[in-house]
Ligand binder design. Sequence first.
Ligand code: ADE
Ligand code: ZN
Length: 326
Amino acid sequence: PALDRFILALPKAELHLHIEGSLEPELMMALARRNRVDLPFRTVEEVRAAYQFSRLQDFLDIYYQGAAVLRTAEDFRDLGRAYFDRAAADSVRHAEIFFDPQTHTARGIPIGIVMEGLLAAVEEARVRHGITGGLILCFLRHLDEEEAFATFRAAEPWLDRLLGVGLDSSELGHPPAKFARVFAAAGAAGLKRVAHAGEEGPPAYVTEALDLLQVDRLDHGNRALESPELVARLARDAMTLTVCPLSNLKLCVVDAMDAHPIDRMLALGLRATINSDDPAYFGGYVADNYRAAAAGRGLDRAALGQLARNSFLGAFLPEADLVQHL
Ligand code: ADE
Ligand code: ZN
């Protein structure tokens, strides 16, 4: 209907998208064949049937397994190209994309292969679709800080082509404090800092991300709502939250879409945005996430427009580019 067309046409920035999470089963099977990688699945239907999760770790196990088909710079470029083509169809104008180098270097893929493939896809998106984009290098928090430092050092030749660093993977038991030193080093190198916090982890992890990692943006942040003091601080500081409705539903962060707190976040004065997280695994790209949230919570055009506006306000865009989008 009309609201769906409004959502589709609404210019958006996507701020929370793991490129490995945009690997569709069809491309996974094609790359497995191209690279002679064994998968525990024989058909696309078998892959999709395995995507039933009751918590973050269920998803992560299968997501790291799927990423094993990515081996060459061409594979990473093809993955990025597929995402940008799909994002263009959803009126995405700007995308800040997460990638997990440790998932690949642990398999013997040099970080340069990952960087060159993804940077080629970003450049191609600018030429083909007029989408501006950038990359955010994420450290895997289930690994230790020394491994994060080794990754940061390996990325040294490409730091001027990165927007920032992030923190993802298994949240519970891996508080932001564990990565305070490597985030300080990234900040000293002039990089932006973001972190997943308050997806499954408690409000204290959100506070740590702010105080110890000095984040410029917060990924998810749902559980911050449990603390009125924290909500007041996030609102006062105009901290952007990159919220992911379909991810929250699939990973059981919310019980149902009609229980999603997206409109409550806006009412509390939080700078919430809507994003797709891992669209190939959670059943939808960014416009699907806007539609699901709108249907679940009865969002009107004003709220949807605010969410899209917030996505540009929260982006790491130069002022001159930002004004073009507002
Ligand atoms: N890696 C990919 N998606 C993630 C998520 N939603 N939370 C933590 N790590 C992730
Ligand atoms: Zn995420």
